[in-house]
Design a protein around this ligand. Structure first.
Ligand code: GDG
Length: 457
């Protein structure tokens, strides 16, 4: 019997072309590092877009992993990716915190690109292979594959939240999208509540009936479940204790003027991350507690993201005005309240920042999981620290020991920050250890093993 292989389909290939070395380099990230060994062992194939418009390198191998490229034109990047994926689905699935735009001229390219991905999978799939489709860009792919390979084992994993029917129901293509997902055997989500939302939507807007354990549609049964993604815990623990990282950390703290308390925020610059409200809460804190001025510094790393989408340009303007307002109002010659970096850091510098942050502020208005919260906990092995975490991040479903906050509540956030700053070391350490032991049991490898097990691998 031929061994089943793993075929992964995701919007992006896990590699990027490096002009300097003139070769493909593997992109860093937990998902790739967790799947790489399985892909190698099982002769797996990754189907995805290589990252540049109109480029189609076909099939190629990087570090013993087979890649199958799917080409996207400049126009498709505009309509399918920036348009339907990030202008329609992203805001809708994040509780419509920005108005999703519904355009028929974005829907057609979304269908066409999904068809191309499905064809890419069908080109390489053999009977018995397990097919694992990722994320909101490819929701129609499971059904498209199912039509051609009725007996295939197909899993789908959504990295972002799935909204309740009251919000989901707005999208004109709700039935088509749900039917697309129902082509999978298992539709997995970051949280139990997303899985339930999906089952409710499927019952309401398709012919499927049943609950998350068994959604019956035609002659098939689909399972909707939570499989929360995690991080490479051991790697972040190790980096956290690396002497080179410690040196970088010392330099960072020196550069900040050795504040008594360092608060950190690390996010892609996205309106879903709640950065602007976080800044207002900091202002409230300095207003209410003048004694903290000069003592507390806030470092916000905002990684550039989706700069071509209007809403992201507005969000950036908002945040930068907020930073300017705070620094103008409270700053002195000796002290800058907010250090704002609009760029991405090297991983060692990121961990150095985690390691030196007394308080980590993770306050998304809605987030699938939020890996930054998990990385902070792992990197702070042995040194306590306080995680202030939004109730609306998937991570909050398990991290009940964090200081949980409503990210919309400016006063509540300011109070939570004060509590975090004054939390007794023993209590902080206890809370962090509880979260860390969860991360040790449930790291990205355990997550991948679980998901692949569900696909029969
Ligand atoms: C989506 C979902 C879900 C950040 N700044 C730097 C940097 N990062 C890395 C972090 C972390 C990753 O980027 C961000 O992951 P998040 O989970 O926080 O957020 P999204 O990008 O929105 O991810 C989210 C995730 O998918 C996985 O399923 O958790 O809910 O929205 O790993 O470390 N890395 C480096 N420099 C930086 O400055 N090197």
């Amino acid at each position: 019997m031929v061994e089943p292989r793993l075929i992964v389909a995701a919007n992006r290939l896990p590699v990027a072309w490096d002009d300097k070395t003139q070769s493909w380099e593997t992109s860093p990230g937990g998902l790739v590092s967790a799947l790489a060994p399985v892909l190698r062992e099982k002769d797996g194939i990754w189907v995805g877009w290589p990252g540049t418009a109109d480029e189609d390198p076909g099939q190629f191998e990087v570090d013993d992993i087979e890649m199958q490229s799917i080409s996207l034109s400049e126009e498709e990047l505009d309509t399918y990716y920036h348009g339907f994926c990030n202008g329609t689905i992203w805001p809708l699935y994040h509780d419509a915190i920005r108005s999703p735009e519904f355009h028929r001229h974005w829907w057609k390219p979304y269908q066409e690109v999904n068809r191309r991905f499905a064809d890419g999978v069908l080109e390489v799939a053999r009977p018995g292979d397990a097919i694992w489709v990722h994320d909101y860009q490819l929701q129609l792919v499971p059904e498209m594959i199912r039509e051609e390979l009725p007996g295939a084992t197909i899993g789908f994993f959504l990295h972002i939240p799935f909204p309740p029917p009251e919000i989901y129901g707005r999208i004109p293509w709700r039935t088509e999208l749900l039917q697309g997902l129902l082509g999978a055997d298992i539709v997995a989500f970051q949280t139990v509540s997303s899985a339930r939302n999906f089952a409710r939507c499927a019952n309401r807007y398709t012919n499927a009936t049943g609950n998350t354990d068994a959604l019956r549609i035609a002659d098939r049964v689909v399972v909707a479940e939570a499989a929360p993604i995690s991080i490479d815990t051991a790697l972040f623990e190790k980096l956290g204790e690396d002497p080179e990282v410690a040196k970088r950390g010392e330099r960072l703290v020196d550069d900040l003027g050795n504040p008594k308390v360092m608060i950190l925020g690390v996010d892609r610059l996205d309106y879903s991350k709640g950065i602007d409200i976080r800044l207002r809460a900091l202002g409230t804190l300095f207003d209410r507690h003048p004694e903290l001025r000069g003592e507390v510094s806030f470092v916000q790393v905002a990684v550039p993201s989706r700069e071509d989408v209007d809403a992201y340009q507005d969000t950036r303007r908002n945040i930068e005005e907020g930073v300017g307002r705070l620094n103008g109002r409270f700053g002195t010659m000796e002290w800058t309240p907010v250090h704002y970096l609009y760029r991405s850091l090297e991983r060692e510098d990121l961990v150095a920042a985690y390691r030196n942050a007394d308080v980590m502020l993770v306050t998304p208005l809605r987030d699938g999981m939020n890996l930054v919260a998990k990385e902070y906990v792992a990197a702070r092995r042995g040194i306590g620290g306080v995680l202030v975490l939004s109730e609306f991040a998937g991570a909050a479903e398990r991290f009940t020991q964090a200081v949980l906050v409503n990210p919309y509540d400016v006063d509540g956030l300011a109070t939570a920050l004060l509590d975090a700053i004054h939390m007794h070391e023993d209590e902080a350490s206890e809370r962090m250890s509880a979260m860390r032991s969860h991360l040790r049991r449930w790291d990205v490898h355990a997550w991948a093993r679980y998901c692949l097990g569900r696909l029969g691998l």
